[in-house]
Design a protein around this ligand. Sequence first.
Ligand SMILES: C[S@@+](CC[C@H](N)C(=O)[O-])C[C@H]1O[C@@H](n2cnc3c(N)ncnc32)[C@H](O)[C@@H]1O
Length: 189
Amino acid sequence: MPSLSLSLIKELGRTASNVLDIGAGASSLVDNLLDKTNSKSNYEVGLVDIANSAFVHTKKRLSDRASEAFFIEADVTKPIVGIEENWADVWHDRAVFHFLTKPEQRIGYANNISNLVNLNGSIIIATFSLDGPEKCSGLEVNRYDGNGIQQALAECGLQLQLDNEVQFEHGTPWGTIQQFTYAVLTLLP
Ligand SMILES: C[S@@+](CC[C@H](N)C(=O)[O-])C[C@H]1O[C@@H](n2cnc3c(N)ncnc32)[C@H](O)[C@@H]1O
């Protein structure tokens, strides 16, 4: 259950939001956002992942509710097609940005934020923190604090205000700890 992501989205205080979950994988964030029980907010949800296979579990789990979300197979470092310009009020990414170790990958990522998120929209990015692991699934990662995420995206031409930063220790199923930074930013005009 992606509790921290969910609470950070809810804390934005938007009564209606279009949320784009980048590198959604099999995360149950979408299930929670679509669940109207005890929720004062109304979320439209789009999921993006480079691997279509990532959606199989989610679609099965959501069953009939899968049609309430949309699913896009795309590489976030390349232009994402199939989503209306400025559609997103909230861009959420847990554990994708830290894999983008090459400047051109981060530029492609930032261009998608610029095209798909409306001005004053919110960007929530969770990466391994400065004291987090140096690799994930055997791949090198960049580690960040909130200022580092803001700075990395500023270098790609995005003006962002850092509103909040939370450190979180994620316990993996294999018994290790992964230290995460969650940054909440606003896309400035
Ligand atoms: C570590 S998993 C995190 C999944 C989910 N966000 C979560 O928190 O459980 C990373 C996900 O990002 C996807 N991914 C990796 N690189 C990507 C890229 N360049 N574009 C889109 N998705 C990507 C992977 O397929 C995988 O589903």
